[in-house]
Every structure is written in C-alpha cells, then in structure tokens.
Design a binder for this molecule. Sequence first.
Ligand code: SAJ
Length: 453
Amino acid sequence: MNYYQALKEKLQTKTGKIGVIGLGYVGLPLAMEMVKGGFTIYGIDLDTRKVESLSRGESYIQDVPGTVVAEAVNSGTFIPTTDYSVIRELDTISICVPTPLSENQDPDTSFIRSVVDEIKTYIKKGTLIILESTTYPGTTEELIQSELEALGLTAGEDFFICFSPERVDPGNRNFNTYNTPKVIGGTTEACKELGVLLYSNVVKTVVPVSSPKVAEMSKLLENTFRSINIAFVNELAMMCDKMGIDVWEVIRAASTKPFGFMPFYPGPGIGGHCIPLDPMYLSWKAKEFRFYSKFIELAQSINDNMPEYVMHSAAQVLNVYAKSIRNSQVLLLGMAYKPDVDDLRESPALEIYELFKESGAKVQFYDPYATSFQDVHGNIVQSVKYDRNAFAKYDCMVLITNHRSFPYQELADLGVPIIDTRNAFADIQSDNIYKLGTGLGKTERKVKVHVGA
Ligand code: SAJ
C-alpha cells in the first residue's frame, strides 16, 4: 500500500478526515480555517465543557465568532468530541496542546505525551501527524516519531510527521491564522510534502523548511528575540532612572531610524503564554549539549526582577510624600498581562500584588477585563469598581496594564501619585505622575511635597 499516494489524493480531493487535538486559542482558530479550506474537521478536546459549548455552536475564543462555530457545526464540517477513538478514522492530526513550564522552570511536555499515548492506541497506517505546540528542538522526533516507530511503523512510509509552530497572537486585529505565514518541517520529503499540501489549503503562505528541528528552533528564536530585547530595554529603563534621562523619549528618538532598529518598551515584567516560557525551553535543551545560554538566563533574570523594581520605585515615590509602603493604601491599575485582554497568565501584576501585600500595604486592584484572580493563599481577589472619589483617597496608584479604556486624564487629575510602568500617561503633564525609566532613582526630583493633611 502506498500510503503517501493515498493521503495525497485525499488531501487534493479534500475527502480526508482532518483532526485537531486541543481546541484552545490555537486549535480552534486552526480548525475553523481548515473548515474554510473545505475539509471536514474532527476537533478533540479533554474538556467536556469546551466540547459541549462548541457543539451548541458557541465560541469561547475571543478571535473566533460564535457564528463561525455554529455554521461549521450545523453543516457537519466540524465535529467536536472528547472521544479519542475517532483517531481510528483520521487521515491527519494537528496537535495544539499546551507546553507549560514545571515548578522548577523545566519544560512540561506531559500534555504532548498523553496525546501521543492516545494516538498510539488508535492510529491507523497512513496518518499524517503535525505538532504545533511550541517546544524545544527534537521534541517531534523524540516524543512522537520514535514512539510510533516503536510500534513497528516507519516514518515517511506508513505514517508521516511534521512540526509547524503556531503563531497565534490573541487579540491581534491584523494577523490571524490564515494570513500569518506557516513554517513547516517534515522528517522526510514525503512528510514535508503532505504537510505542505494540507496547510496550503488552510493558510495563505506555507514556509517549508528542511526538518522539524529547524521549525521548532525558528519559533523559539522568534520569542526569545522578544524576551531578550524586552529585558535589554528594561535594563535601559533602570539605567535611565539612575541617570535622570527619559527612556521613553530615547526610544521614540531611536525609532525614527528607518532601518536596523525595532522598538521594544520597558514594563513591569513579562507575562503571557509564550514569552516567559519559550526561551526556557531552548535554554533547557541547550544544556543537554553542555551549552549555557547566557543571553536567555540573563534576560529571564532581568525580566523576572521587574516586579521587585516596580515595588522599589513605588517605595521611593511614597517616600517623597513622607509615607512608607507599610499601611499605605495602594491601587494597582490593570492586572492582565497586556492591554485590552483579560488574560492573567504569568502576569507580572500578580507578583506585584503579592509583593505589596508582603510589605504591609493595603493593596487592591482595578481591571475592567481581568476582574478577579486567586492569590497565593487561594483567596479570590476581586477588582474594585471604578470610583474616582474612592480612588482619590489612595496613597498611590501603580499603572501596570495600559488598557485603552482607562480614563487617564481623570486619573491624573485626582492628584494621587501614580507610578506609570507603561508610559500610559505619556501626553499628560502632571507632577503626580512618576514614569518608570525617567529618573525615579533621582532623589532631587522636583515635586510639591504633600506632607500631612
Ligand atoms: N512586553 C514588554 N515590552 C515590549 C513588548 C512586550 O514589556 O516591548 C511584555 C508585554 O506586556 C507582555 C509580554 O511582554 O507582558 C509578552 O508580550 P508580547 O507582545 O510578546 O505578547 P504575547 O505574549 O501575546 O506574545 C505573542 C507571541 N505570539 C506567539 O508566540 C505565536 C509573540 O510571538 C508575538 O510576537 C506577540 O504575541 C506579538 O507580537 O503580539
């Protein structure tokens, strides 16, 4: 049996049964693009609530309209299920499961491994498997290919395997699954050709590379590039605080260079599902080769230190008002890891909250998107309501997430000292605004000292 020819024909005629495992912010948009590409998609997810919601034609992913899911389900071109045994019928499987970090910052590939166990149970010969989850170079061969070869199958003959990194940027209004170029590498030419054939019907541009390792490493380069550059500009901000230079103006000026420069911006630290994690996958794997990436570890330490630095800055500002952190009323503005989203994963605001609490401050937060979280003691902490009279009574506020919806002028007019970690008050001149990276370390700041009543 020539499984390559058989699958090639199924993909060319779009009669193949396509599977997506993991229906989150990567898998669900991919499944919907595959439906648009003319395929019938089986979506597998462990979470029955997700599957039931999808079966009702509802979407829980902000970038996927419910109407798109409803149309796909009603037309029978999208079949959500928790039943892994459908793998018996599948011709291709795209794996879009999480790759988090363990407690001690090592890669946690348990989600991939449990999916592979299910695939080993049900796979039929001739199936194409594509891993999309961000992971270290070698994962595709080590955790998937070798497991299937141990069953007596041969890669490139009776099963096919590729790696194709997800490049989903939730909330991005310009780039989506369809129009973001898709890198893909197969372990053999046949694998690559089948992967390219499938994805050429799903996304606008496919970028074939010579192996899964190249594809795995390219994704880690993309995100480590961000982590390192964010760390560098965070270090520059701390330098500017010492030197009394406005780092935001410096970056604005440098950004006028039309070539050879790309702006990054200081902040309270890095959050999200990618940037804090992906570089650690790379540095972890490199150590297997006795290679210690100084850049990655240094960037991680600088970025991880930013919450402490924000606390230190707040202490300096409170000191100007003859107040200590202990017993001060502090309001954090924004908890989400980036603007205009409700995502709290790895958000530096969570650590900043705990640091203020540990220092004896009476700390609360206001975030219209991320309205509650569980603190380290397991307590649910709720956002306060927006109330300018109440806000005027705080000893200081810390702007952590620059949501577009915040009333910046109104907040500045309250006269409460505000530590601005995002240059969110950029256009507002007011003595009570203290921007990270503009001289916070200078004791001779010119401020009206509000001591006493
Ligand atoms: N951050 C800064 N300064 C910056 C940029 C980001 O402090 O100059 C912080 C953000 O506030 C956030 C964290 O870093 O806390 C990560 O921000 P991000 O802009 O990288 O956003 P993410 O985490 O949503 O990253 C995703 C990634 N997408 C994928 O991995 C598929 C990343 O590759 C994208 O480049 C990024 O979106 C994007 O450009 O929006």
